[in-house]
Design a protein around this ligand. Structure first.
Ligand SMILES: CC(C)(COP(=O)(O)OP(=O)(O)OC[C@H]1O[C@@H](n2cnc3c(N)ncnc32)[C@H](O)[C@@H]1OP(=O)(O)O)[C@@H](O)C(=O)NCCC(=O)NCCS
Length: 140
């Protein structure tokens, strides 16, 4: 059975590293404000199979944004609905915390996944190294 629970930033690092940036040093996948974020893990039979990190940002006159980062499912567990459950959890958590907008820098090869949640691009394409991204956003 799949369970989604809060985890520590340190617990996210192995999957962030092996799935997202395997060619970079481990420190590359740490985020400066990890300590102030909310980190969630999907566990299947007590094994951590997917991670995601949520960051609440300062409220502005336009609303209260939240951002998620470093979303990664173990390759042998991708495309089995786990990422959907984890992102739905983060959407609910962001709403519960009062966020009115949720955004991420999305790898373009995952863009169709984000479109399923009603997220849409709000930026031009940009690159981090060789990987193409766009900022995707949704109202909560
Ligand atoms: C993106 C990711 C987190 C999604 O998690 P997941 O568990 O694989 O997603 P799900 O199984 O819940 O996918 C739901 C649907 O979206 C589809 N989907 C998943 N990843 C997709 C992708 N990259 N592009 C297009 N569709 C995708 C699935 O096929 C599935 O479709 P179906 O219901 O018709 O079978 C995961 O695939 C992953 O870790 N990918 C590699 C790292 C990555 O790209 N992370 C995001 C960085 S922005």
């Amino acid at each position: 059975m799949l369970t989604v629970t809060p985890i520590t930033p340190e617990q996210t690092y192995p999957l962030r590293h092996s799935v997202l940036w395997p060619d970079k040093p481990l420190d590359y996948v740490k985020v400066d404000n990890d300590a102030s974020g909310y980190h969630y893990g999907a566990f299947l039979d007590n094994e951590l199979v997917a991670v995601i990190s949520l960051f609440l940002e300062n409220e502005t006159s336009d609303g209260h944004p939240a951002r998620f980062r470093k979303f990664a499912a173990r390759p042998d567990r991708q495309r089995q609905g786990i990422g959907t459950q984890l992102l739905n959890h983060v959407i609910a958590e962001a709403r519960r915390m009062g966020a009115t907008e949720l955004w991420c820098d999305a790898r373009l090869d995952a863009a169709d996944f984000y479109r399923r949640f009603g997220m849409a691009p709000v930026s031009d394409v940009f690159y981090k190294g060789p990987i193409a991204y766009a900022t995707f956003s949704m109202s909560l």
